[in-house]
Design a protein. Sequence first.
Length: 360
Amino acid sequence: MSQAAVNVLPHTALAAVNTGARIKIYFQGETGGLYELSTEDDRVYVCNEVVIPKRLDGARVPRMFTPLAACSYDEGNEVRLYYLDEDSIIRELCWTMGHNGGMWYLGDLQLGAQRIMAAHYSDLAVVYFGGKFRLYYQTPKDNSIVEVCKNKNDLWVKGSTLHATATPGTRLAATVSAGNEELVNIYYQDKTLHPCVVIITPKETTVDTRRTSEIHLPHRAPLATLNHRMHTHDTLTSINVYTQLQDNLIGKLSRSSEDTDLEFDILGECGPLTSLAVVSGVTVDDDWVDGLRVFFLYQDGRMVSSGRESAVVVGKKAWSEVEEWMVEKRVTPVWPRGDWEGNLEWDGVDLDLGMKGEQE
C-alpha cells in the first residue's frame, strides 16, 4: 500500500475542537482540500481528508486560504465545520458519530437555499450555545461583524449586528464563558488595530444585550490572529486570550476567576500571518489530560502544538491514514521563557521531526 502525504498550505487557517476523547484540528492542504488531524493521546496524530468535494454531491469547493471555524456539541458526537467557497458564500459541513459510517455530509448552508455572503477578506467564528449555533463573519457592506443563528426549526436567521468598527480583514474568535451567567464573547480588532471584545448576554424572550470593551495588549501585530479560551481546572476558571505580536511571537493574556490581575506571557515564536487554534485537553483511559493546546504554524511552515509546559511538532506534512501511516512527534522541545518585551531565554530546542509508517 502506498503512502499518502498531505502538504499543509502555507498560512492556512486552523480550527480545533475537543470531542471528549479526541482533539481534532482542521486545516487546508496545498491542493485546496480540507483535512482533519486527530489524536487521542497527544502523542500520535492521524490525518484524514474531511471531504472530497467531487465525491460529495452539492459540496462547493473551498476557496484557497479560506477561513475555518469549527465547533462540537452533544459530548463530541456532533462536529460542524464552516468555510468560504470561491464566491465568499459561507458553507457548512457536518459530522455525526455513527452517521453514514462516520462520513461527513452537507449542512444547510451547503444546500443553496440560504446564501450568506461574507466579505472576501472575512474571517469566521462559531459557538454552540443554548441549543443553537451562533456564527460570526464580516460583512462587505460596512465591515461590521454580523451574527447568524440556527434556530430550533433548523433555519439560519440573522442575529445581532455587533455595531463594531472593525478593521477590514480582522481575525475573529468566539467562545462561551461561564460564571454567574453564561456569556458569548467575540474578539476582533477595531480600526485602530486594538483588540476588542463584544460580550453578549443571550436572552430567551427578549433582545440579547451586548457591551464592547477594549483589550490592551502590548506589541500587537496588524491583522493579528486572535483566539480566546475559557479553561476550567477543579474550581478555578481562567480566561486566556492569545494573539500574534510583532516580531512573530505569540502572546497570551490570562486572568483567573479568583484574581483580577492580568498576566502577560510569551508563548513562543510563530510564522508570519499564522493562524491559531486553541482547544482544551482530552480524556485518555477515563483520565483527563489537563491543559490547553495551542496549534499554530512555525516559521518554516510546520504545524506546532504547544501545551502547558512544552511544545511538540506535528509536521509540515500530515500523513493520511493509509495502513496506519501516522505523524509521530518524537521530540519535546521547550519554548523560550522571558518577559513580553522580547528578552527571551532559550532552554534549548530540538525540532527534529520523525515520520513513521509501518505496513503489513
